[in-house]
Design a protein around this ligand. Sequence first.
Ligand SMILES: [Mg+2]
Length: 378
Amino acid sequence: MRIESVSVESCRLPPSSPWEDATNKVDGLEWFFVELRTDNGLVGTGISYTVDVGGTAIQALIEDYLAPLVIGRNPLEYEALWQTLQRQSRRLGLGANSMAVAAIDVAVWDLIGKQYKQPLWRLLGGARARIPAYISEIKLTAEDTLDDLLHRVDDYIAQGYHAMKMKIGRDDLDEDIERIRCVKEKLGRGGKLMVDLNQKWTAAEARSKAARLDNLGLTWIEEPMLWNDIASHRALRQAVRTPIALGESLYSKSQFLQYLQSEAVDIVQADIAFVGGITEWVKVAHLAETFGKPVAPHFLMELSLQLLCGVSNGLMLENVIGGSLTELGLLAEPIRVEGAMGVPSERPGHGIVLDMAAIRAHKLTPAVVRSSFKGGSK
Ligand SMILES: [Mg+2]
């Protein structure tokens, strides 16, 4: 089997409900979809994304630099292919190039599944046939009242959810604590509540503020501080009982290894696109397993569902309100989580069928970026 052609489509569109957290207001999600066609008639679809920034550069990186390198290659040799793409782009550091490599790597894995006529979750190990899901909200606005929040929680519970993550990081920690207490009470004894700071706190703030959260029964505190301050995460982890979750801002297995060896993380949240695709994500998951840590991947619900069911240490599937491919209307066959339980498709490959007309309707171009990008970092 040889790859004969590569094509790339990209789009930019806002989350289907507005996103704001402690450090960002998000105007647009930028998606990349790669199509690899092989000489035996298979078509593999790659999926990658970035939040608000870099999309036109990533699209050019895929089309102009990386796509030509995969023509004539055998997709079953995924490791060699990944190494080629990573080595060729390593002078860019880690980040935009990881997202570009991921777009191709995911398509390669889709082809592997189609060649072997197996869904990815089984091809990667088939550790379980279903995975519990949690609701993830990005709604930290001054206008969002406690009543509004609790009404939404009622709705999630009615859908079968008993696990939920909310953004915190208000200037007044007492406000955060009041909201946490009320949501926790609604979720009940068996409920799980997680909170996400998006790197808002300084190390000094984290020491005092996390201590005040520590008796609230939270399932985890996510990204409390700057992503690269491993020492402060280690110190915080030693100071509080509540588990520390992070990983959406790490881009390689060696960065995860540093956190794991430093005993600075409890829940590993590698994002398939940000670490360069499925090839690297699986290595991160296995690495976490050797340290006895679960994985709860960031975002990309439809794709994460497949991978979580493949590995032995999958914990929970994140269903981000306003950000799944299904909610954004980009799938020809929507993938929904029913009763808070993710069940991966049996279709060979990743099982995700795109709606190309919907994607083209939101085409990413420099003109679109110039008219819609506002720069929402706080
Ligand atoms: Mg997060």
